[in-house]
Design a protein around this ligand. Structure first.
Ligand code: SF4
Ligand code: SF4
Length: 301
């Protein structure tokens, strides 16, 4: 049986596909979008989190660390990351839960057991399970087994992806998926690369491939002011999506910076500076512009 690394399982989700859903968050993503609101999903390896507000300065984590990686300072516990081997001993010893680890290796059975507990809600609401992240396509063996197991239980399956993956893997996933939520971020490859870490060619060609095979796809566009909200990019995006056979549903996601606190906790730099969320008026005008391309556009998840 395959194992995989996940960082959360969210129950009763209502924005990750139709109905009431359980969303499984895979750890690891090949992109590194400047605005990512799940920075804890970027790396495959577990991340150590120190929550200073909970720390009582008892020094237990210093005593138990086999690497002598921790020391106490006026700013709380400092950890020498070059020494830390992520053994989790400090988290187990901490009396005030000031140290946590994000990311856990799970078996397919572990995850399916949690998903199937809510079958009654899926049945009543036409919901199901959503595999998200991070990027679920980065752990293909684990994802495929999960999809098969959920398929046997007749649970509706959604895959939420950025589409940057091997086309063969994507097609295997498509055979086992009822709905894709597929992100389109920018039509200009250079700009895409600057803000996400990868170019967009593979993402766009995979979307064409999926659509050509009749997959059920909802396109999602995160609207990031100053990055992709200009008329030229919106028109290019609208024209591309409307050229895809059978694809007409688009969701616009409003940018917000509420993840900044998470970046601080996990010690990752937040790169998007001085960006304010779009106004409702601006989102409405982007919606109107995309509708001119024959698309059905909704603001929100
Ligand atoms: S995870 Fe292990 S090595 Fe790292 S600081 Fe904690 S006890 Fe030390
Ligand atoms: S064991 Fe926990 S509470 Fe004690 S110093 Fe370390 S982080 Fe702070």
């Amino acid at each position: 049986m395959e194992t995989g690394v996940i960082f959360d399982i969210k129950k009763y989700a209502i924005h990750d596909g139709p109905g009431i859903r359980t969303t499984v968050f895979f750890k690891g993503c090949p992109l590194s979008c400047w605005w990512c609101h799940n920075p804890e999903g970027l790396t495959m390896s577990a991340q150590r989190l120190y929550i200073k507000e909970r720390c009582i300065g008892c020094g237990e984590c210093i005593k138990v660390c086999p690497q002598e990686a921790n020391s106490l300072s006026p700013r709380g516990v400092i950890t020498d990351q070059s020494k830390c081997i992520k053994c989790r001993t400090c988290a187990q010893a901490c009396p005030s839960e000031a140290i946590e680890f994000i990311g856990k290796t799970s078996t397919v059975d572990d995850v399916v057991r949690k998903i199937e507990r809510d079958i009654i809600f899926y049945d009543e609401s036409n919901g199901g399970v959503t595999f998200s992240g991070g990027e679920p396509l980065m752990q293909p063996g684990f994802l495929l087994e999960l999809l098969d197991a959920c398929g046997k239980l007749e649970i509706h399956r959604t895959v939420d992806t950025a589409g940057y993956a091997d086309a063969k893997i994507l097609m295997s996933v498509a055979e086992r998926t009822e709905l894709f939520i597929y992100d389109v971020k920018h039509m200009d490859s250079e700009k895409h690369k600057k803000y996400t870490g990868v170019s967009n060619e593979q993402i766009l060609s995979n979307l064409e491939l999926l659509a050509g095979h009749g997959a059920n796809i909802k396109v999602r566009i995160p609207i990031i002011p100053g990055f992709n909200n200009d008329n030229e990019n919106i028109d290019r995006t609208g024209s591309f999506i409307s050229s895809l056979p059978g694809v007409s549903n688009v969701n616009l996601l409003k940018y917000h910076d509420s993840a900044i606190a998470k970046y601080k906790k996990i010690g990752v730099k937040y790169l998007l500076k001085n960006v304010s969320p779009s106004s409702e008026h601006e989102l409405e005008s982007i919606k109107k512009r995309l509708r001119k391309h024959g698309l059905k556009v909704k603001i929100g998840g």
